[in-house]
Write a new protein. Structure first.
Length: 470
């Protein structure tokens, strides 16, 4: 963060200096919500939380060197006091981030949204852009009204690029995040079924995602909307933006196109990247054919920011997985391959994961450990039964469905005539691990995937931990 005095931060955040704070004291950053991350010069943001109250850890943060505490409960520690509880503290944090953005005229802000693939694309983009200059990006899925400003506040006078993942739980959320950190380039990956239970329809999801392109500056001011031409709901957003539109995808109408996509035995995709009249071969380090679209989005942004085609291709080939539980491939007991994709799940990402499982398994036996896809609302039964049919049609040899709500997956797989694989339904992750111990054979390939509420990363981690302990 750029250095700011407490009285300047108080003015920006609409707070008041309290406790032992001195107006001339300087915050140099970082801004943190975990007292264990406090270092000299930090600003500790105290939030109530569901289990603990951050204000109770203010003294620890100050003892670690924090210059002040931003909070809503009066403290004896050096404090910037906000009236109105956590909601106003979060609003103050957003105001601070917006002010810092205004002090960073050389920093290009890129926003990334979509129903799936946001975090992976953000991670890829950050790795590629670091070749051009200092780049700030969030860790994991730090993409809401708290994580968004905290990421922005990591930027300083040396930052050249800020890559932000923007998510929505409802209409207006992305627009709000874009007011905190106005992007010049916006990327929309896809519009799928994730969160349809919250939004009510895919059209409503598209409406929310499109708030990103609506927030972009006009083409004459450098605004660029990077849109997936293979998703009609995404390319339809071109009419909602004044920015210049750059299309990416596999179709001929794409400005940044992937051709000749091939999936290797290791599950990694290779393709020809074409931008204009030039092309270059790319072989991704990430697992899954669905990563090609993510890589094309990154290539489109990198090209807009001046990176040469050959450099883009090389950077994409070297960029690896950063955030956890997203197509992590590791070795389990007896040479078993474990694919941990347990961070989240929706119908589209489940389909991509099953295609990857088939590619990895080939002549080996495939096992799918699947949990529920959350937030599907009234579509829950239908979508889980459809997933079960896809499991059978993908040639999966063994299915373990975890949790009572995953029962429709079993119904779906059993409805497919001619599928003779093994299927089990278990109550929880412990039973899933027990079932696998009795089921797995050497060289099997195991996919573990479900929504976060299923907690299936525990299954994958236990399998790989057993191998590591040998």
């Amino acid at each position: 963060m750029i250095a700011l005095t407490l009285d300047r931060i108080a003015e920006i955040t609409q707070s008041r200096i309290h406790g032992s704070a001195r107006p001339a004291d300087v915050v140099t950053g970082p801004v943190v919500i975990d007292s264990r991350q406090a270092v000299p010069g930090a600003l500790f943001v105290a939030l109530g939380g569901e289990r603990v109250d951050g204000h109770d850890f203010a003294d620890a943060a100050v003892a670690a060197g924090a210059a002040a505490v931003l909070g809503s409960r009066p403290l004896a520690a050096p404090q910037l006091l906000v009236d109105g509880g956590d909601a106003e503290v979060v609003a103050a944090l957003g105001r601070l981030a917006r002010a810092v953005v205004g002090e960073l005229p050389q920093a290009d802000i890129v926003g990334v949204t979509g129903s799936s693939g946001k975090t992976t694309t953000k991670d890829l983009l950050a790795q590629v852009l670091r070749r051009l200059g200092p780049t700030v990006a969030p860790a994991g899925s730090f993409n809401n009204e708290i994580g968004h400003p905290l990421t922005v506040l990591r930027a300083d006078e040396h930052t050249r690029y800020v890559v932000l993942e923007v998510a929505a739980r409802g209409l207006g959320h992305i627009a709000h995040l874009c007011r905190i950190a106005p992007p010049r380039i916006g990327v929309v990956l896809n519009v799928g079924s994730a969160h349809v239970g919250e939004f009510g329809s895919r059209a409503a999801i598209a409406q929310a995602k499109g708030e990103l392109v609506e927030a972009l500056p006009g083409a004459d001011a450098g605004g660029v909307a990077v849109l997936n031409v293979d998703d009609d709901a995404v390319i339809g957003m071109a009419a909602r933006t004044a920015a210049r539109v750059v299309g990416y995808g596999l179709g001929e109408r794409a400005d940044v196109r992937g051709r000749d996509v091939r999936l290797g035995e290791d599950g990694r995709a290779a393709f020809t990247l074409q931008i204009g009249a030039r092309s270059a071969p790319v072989r991704l380090a990430l697992v899954g054919e669905h990563q090609v679209h993510n890589a094309l989005a990154v290539a489109a942004v990198a090209a807009e920011l001046g990176m040469d085609l050959d450099d883009i291709a090389a950077a994409l080939g070297e960029a690896g997985a950063v955030s956890r539980w997203r197509m992590e491939v590791a070795e389990g007991p007896g040479g078993v391959t474990v694919v941990n994709d347990a961070y989240n799940a929706n119908p589209e990402s489940m389909g991509a994961a099953l295609r990857t499982l088939a590619a990895l398994a080939r002549a080996r036996r495939s096992v799918a450990v699947l949990g529920i896809m959350a937030e599907l609302g009234p579509a829950h039964q239908v979508e889980h039964e459809r997933l079960g049919r896809l499991v059978a049609e993908s040639g999966v040899d063994c299915l373990i469905a975890v949790g009572e709500e995953a029962a429709p997956i079993v119904d779906g797989v059993r409805s497919v005539a001619g599928w003779h694989g093994e299927v089990r339904q278990v109550a929880d992750t412990a039973q899933a691990v027990a079932a696998l111990r009795g089921l797995l054979r050497p060289e099997d390939v195991v996919l573990v995937k479900g929504s976060r509420v299923a907690g299936l990363e525990q299954v994958a981690e236990q399998l790989t931990a057993e191998e590591a302990a040998k």
